[in-house]
Design a protein around this ligand. Structure first.
Ligand code: FES
Length: 168
């Protein structure tokens, strides 16, 4: 007979511990799932946000387009306003630029610096960008303005998430 014989008391302890652990896991798993589920949810396919800008009305002059969307931050939903500078280039392609300056994040304006017409100008530290969003060397920004991917639906402009470009 083996020396490691399990006593009745030990057997009951092991059994109760196992059953208790199993039941605890059964109760905790749904709670953990509930707690982390919103965080783990993948971003949806419909990441393009509608704007009120009609594609046919986009001109060659950069125009400020504001849009709002609901942002889900775990359990909290808030309404966020975004902005893009939108125009058609010489090929008729739409260009949608982020207004966020690549120096320290101020908001750029189109054609507001009298000494540098037809440029995006950042009033915070005198940052300059050409019409295509390229940063002008010798001014504080070290990278071009981010670009929004876009799509058209029912004649309206939809914007994706602004993406950085290579440095000039
Ligand atoms: S934040 Fe735009 S130039 Fe500094």
């Amino acid at each position: 007979m083996s020396k490691n014989r399990v006593s009745r008391r030990q057997f009951l302890n092991y059994t109760l511990t196992g059953v208790g652990g199993f039941m605890a896991a059964g109760m905790l798993m749904p709670m953990v799932r509930f707690a982390v589920d919103p965080v783990l949810q993948a971003a949806g396919e419909s990441d393009f946000i509608p704007t009120k800008q009609k594609v046919a009305e986009v001109t060659e002059t950069p125009t400020r387009v504001d849009y709002t969307f609901e942002q889900q931050d775990a359990w909290y939903t808030s309404e966020v306003t975004g902005t893009a500078w939108v125009y058609k280039d010489e090929k008729g392609e739409i260009v949608a630029l982020s207004p966020v300056c690549k120096h320290l994040g101020c908001v750029v304006d189109w054609n507001t610096d009298k000494s540098n017409p037809d440029h995006f100008y950042c009033p915070c530290h005198g940052g300059l960008y050409t019409k295509d969003g390229t940063n002008v060397p010798g001014t504080p920004p070290a990278a071009p303005l981010d670009v929004y991917p876009y799509t058209e639906k029912d004649g309206f402009l939809y914007l994706g998430k602004a993406e950085p470009r290579k440095e000039a």
